[in-house]
Design a protein. Structure first.
Length: 86
């Protein structure tokens, strides 16, 4: 909650400062920069997890986790198969 509040506050403050100093073009540029940073963080994080998943998909099942999402098995997952029951 605290991080969400701080991020929203910082974004509001930066957006206001950009508008006052440079106008709408700066606000749009700031939004584009934030979107690119978020995309880069997502892609870097995804690449790091991809290697783990490809190396040994059965290791998750041995630890009692669902192989695709790495959460503990529950009633909706068929243990060891990676299939979701309905």
């Amino acid at each position: 909650m605290t991080c969400t509040f701080l991020g929203g506050s910082a974004g509001s403050w930066l957006g206001t400062r950009a508008y006052v100093q440079l106008g709408w073009g700066a606000v749009c540029g700031l939004i584009a920069l934030a979107a690119l940073l978020a995309l880069a963080a997502y892609l870097v994080g995804r690449r790091g997890r991809q290697g783990d998943r490809d190396a040994s998909p059965s290791r998750s099942a041995q630890r009692g986790e669902h192989p695709c999402c790495r959460v503990p098995f529950c009633a909706t997952h068929k243990k060891g198969t990676g299939q979701v029951t309905r």
